[in-house]
Design a protein around this ligand. Structure first.
Ligand code: FAD
Length: 427
């Protein structure tokens, strides 16, 4: 019983979030021998964001075939069901303490769970309009792209006929095509930056194939209409992202979709006192995807925003294996050795993981990162201290695509004095 007389459930491993990350983490933890696993999901079904992504393009790396989002999710849901891993639906986790006590709320009320290990897999959410400073009224007809996607694909609602999209993240690009296929006219996708934040394949397949203009270095500077949106002003911006006077152009529309970035859902992680990374918006983790609270791991979009779900599943499987190892050893073995810090420099925005305990590494470790601009013909170099260990030529690097380098344990152990590993772009 807790201090306030609530019974306390106990589970070996609790996974917060039943999206692709949570499901893959559960399947891999079971494969690694964890018997008592509970997935907690606030929605009425597992699958996460994939449930509303009815387009194809998922699973090429994992299954060697192109699946829709729900098909991809279904494969993991089946695995979890076959393993009899319970997924408690309609239940939201509201607190995680440093000693891994979890507070949940569902229709049955508040419940408490003590977990031997926890995997954070809460995904991310869209940056809302409130976080953007666009003048004008707040009329009806403005949606985040993901909300519009949910309304259309899950609730079967029609959104609008004349559409402008602000932001060229993947959800915005996919919704440009989706709305066109539903008979709407998308007059423009305006992007503040000089490059798109989306995948190249989505720019081609969702905009270029349908003749939808992508206005780079442009933004919406005014919203017209009082009760319902009637149009927007789009303006070109300079290198400081300030609107250039005289470039205003009016676009009539009844719908404005916002696709202006995703924010990892880390209120729980922050409240638990986990050290967060300012660039990724997710926890800082080591090679086992362990946060700085022993026994608490993170994977998927809550850790950093991914481009492909295949990488989410791969990363989540690693978190599942690490949680199993933690539970069977009863301690964080990796913490026995001093951490090597990973540094992102020269065009590399961040790395995941952010630090490595060499003794805790598998034979190979994939380090993922994103770049801060479009680059052509650059080398991705890896330095152990001041010595360059490897460099790999890349013809194209873009902020919308995740990149990776693979480090080997053998190599790292052969440089025992290494305190820092730097990943950077070079000419
Ligand atoms: C519009 C769109 C299009 C995409 N297109 C592609 C594509 O074509 N190909 C591709 O490979 N990838 C695509 N992706 C990316 C892919 O969908 C994501 O990378 C993947 O879904 C992330 O998985 P996740 O489990 O980390 O997060 P999510 O799928 O967001 O799952 C997180 C889950 O956690 C739950 N949750 C959150 N907080 C709590 C809490 N406190 N308590 C309980 N439950 C909680 C949520 O309800 C949710 O179910 C797309 C993504 C979007 C948004």
């Amino acid at each position: 019983m807790s201090a306030n007389n609530l019974p306390i459930e106990k589970h070996e491993l609790v996974i917060v979030g039943g999206g692709p990350a949570g499901l893959a983490a559960a399947a891999s933890a079971r494969e690694s021998g964890v018997r008592d696993i509970l997935i907690i999901e606030r929605d009425s079904q597992p699958g996460g964001i994939l449930n509303q992504c009815i387009h194809n393009g998922f699973g090429l790396h994992t299954f060697g075939e192109e699946l829709t989002g729900p098909e991809y999710a279904a494969r993991y849901i089946r695995r979890v069901q076959e393993e009899n891993i319970p997924c408690r639906l309609g239940t939201i986790v509201t607190d995680i303490s440093r000693d891994r006590r979890i507070t949940c709320i569902s229709r049955e009320g508040v419940s408490l769970i003590d977990a031997g290990a926890v995997i954070l897999a809460m995904g991310c959410r869209e940056r809302p309009r409130g976080a953007l400073s666009i003048p004008g009224y707040r009329p009806a007809g403005i949606y985040t792209a993901g909300t519009a996607q949910r309304l259309m694909n899950i609730e079967g609602k029609k959104i609008g006929k004349e559409v402008v999209i602000l932001g060229s993240g993947d959800i915005g690009l996919i919704m440009a095509r989706r709305m066109t296929l539903e008979g709407a006219h998308v007059s423009a996708v305006a992007e503040l930056m000089s490059y798109s934040g989306g995948l190249k394949r989505n720019i081609v397949q969702c905009l270029q194939d349908y003749g939808i203009p992508l206005l780079l270095s442009h933004t919406v500077t005014n919203i017209h209409g009082r009760d319902h949106i009637e149009g927007v002003t789009i303006q070109e911006v300079d290198e400081h992202r300030s609107p250039i006077p005289g470039t205003e152009k009016y676009y009539p529309c009844d719908t404005l979709l916002l696709s202006c970035g995703l924010l990892p859902e880390n209120e729980l992680s922050r409240a638990a006192g986990i050290t967060m990374n300012r660039v990724t918006g997710g926890p800082d983790v080591d090679e086992s995807l362990s946060t700085d609270i022993p026994g608490v791991f993170a994977c998927g979009n809550v850790l950093h925003v991914h481009d492909l779900v295949d990488y989410v599943s791969e990363e989540a499987a690693r978190a599942g294996r690490s949680a199993a190892r933690f539970l069977s050893s009863g301690q964080d073995l990796e913490k026995d050795t001093a951490a090597v810090v990973l540094k992102a420099e020269g065009g590399v925005r961040y790395t995941v993981p952010q630090y490595i305990h060499p003794s805790g590494m598998d034979d190979k470790l994939t380090v993922r990162f994103r770049v801060d601009n479009n680059y052509r013909d650059r080398y991705v170099s890896v330095y152990f201290g001041s010595e360059r260990i490897s460099r790999q030529k890349k013809r194209v690097l873009a902020p919308g695509e995740m990149e990776q380098v693979v480090l080997t344990k053998e190599k790292l152990l052969s440089y025992p004095d290494t305190k820092e590993i730097t990943i950077k772009l070079e000419d």
